[in-house]
Design a protein around this ligand. Structure first.
Ligand code: HEM
Length: 179
C-alpha cells in the first residue's frame, strides 16, 4: 500500500482525534515501518489494517465507517494531486466506469507497485451503473466514499447499494443509481 494512504490517514486521525490518538494506535500496532511513513514509500497493508482496528477499538466507530470518512478526505487529495485525471470526465458514471480501464491504469504508471482493486462493469446506462469490486483488501467502503465524492464533484448525487458477493467483503457488487 502506498505511503500517501498512510500519511493522509494519520493526518486525518490527528485532525479529528488529536496527536495522542495517533501515538496510541501506532504504539498498539506491530509495525515494520515503526509508524514512520513517506508519501512515496510502500508499506504492508497489514499495517493499515492494524491502525484501523486500533482506531476502531478506541473510538467505537466501525472500520467500514472509518474507511468511508477517510475516503471522502482522500478524494480531495487525489483531486489536488492528479487534477488532469479528473478533468477528462464530465459525468460521474463515465468516470466510475473508467476506473479499471483508465484511472487506475494511469495510477499504475505512476506507482508500479500500487495495490489496486479491480472494478468489473456489469451493466451501464446513462443514469445507472452496476460494478463488481474485487480486492483482497476488502476496502469496499473506501470505494463507496470515493464514489459518493465523485458524484458530489459533478454536482450530482446517487443512491448506491452494496451487495456482498463474498462474506469477507473481497467481492462486492455496487448498484449505483443517479438520483
Ligand atoms: C486505491 C488512485 C479514483 C477506488 C487507490 C490508491 C491510489 C489510487 C494511489 C492506493 C494504492 C495503494 O495503496 O497501493 C486513484 C486516483 C483516482 C482514483 C488518482 C482518481 C483521480 C478512484 C475511484 C474509486 C477508486 C473514483 C471508486 C470506486 C479505489 C479503492 C482503492 C483505491 C477501493 C483501495 C485499494 C483496494 O480496495 O484494493 N486509488 N484512485 N479509486 N482506489 Fe483509486
Amino acid at each position: 500500500m502506498k505511503g500517501i494512504v498512510f500519511t493522509e490517514f494519520l493526518e486525518l486521525v490527528e485532525d479529528k482525534f488529536g496527536l495522542e490518538m495517533v501515538d496510541n494506535i501506532i504504539n498498539a500496532s506491530n509495525l515494520d515501518s515503526g509508524g514512520v511513513y513517506t508519501a512515496v514509500g510502500t508499506y504492508s497493508f497489514s499495517e493499515m489494517l492494524q491502525l484501523l482496528e486500533h482506531l476502531s477499538a478506541n473510538t467505537g466507530i466501525s472500520i467500514d465507517d472509518l474507511l468511508l470518512v477517510y475516503s471522502e478526505h482522500f478524494f480531495s487529495v487525489l483531486k489536488d494531486s492528479y487534477p488532469g485525471l479528473l478533468e477528462t470526465y464530465k459525468d460521474p458514471i463515465e468516470m466510475i466506469s473508467s476506473i479499471e480501464n483508465h484511472i487506475h491504469v494511469e495510477v499504475r504508471k505512476i506507482y508500479p507497485d500500487a495495490e489496486l482493486p479491480t472494478f468489473e462493469v456489469v451493466e451501464k446506462t446513462e443514469n445507472s451503473l452496476i460494478v463488481i469490486y474485487r480486492s483482497s483488501r476488502a476496502m469496499h467502503h473506501f470505494g463507496l466514499g470515493l464514489m459518493n465524492k465523485t458524484f458530489e464533484h459533478f454536482n450530482s448525487t446517487a443512491t448506491i447499494v452494496l451487495e456482498k458477493l463474498k462474506e469477507d467483503g473481497t467481492e462486492v457488487k455496487f448498484l449505483i443509481n443517479k438520483d
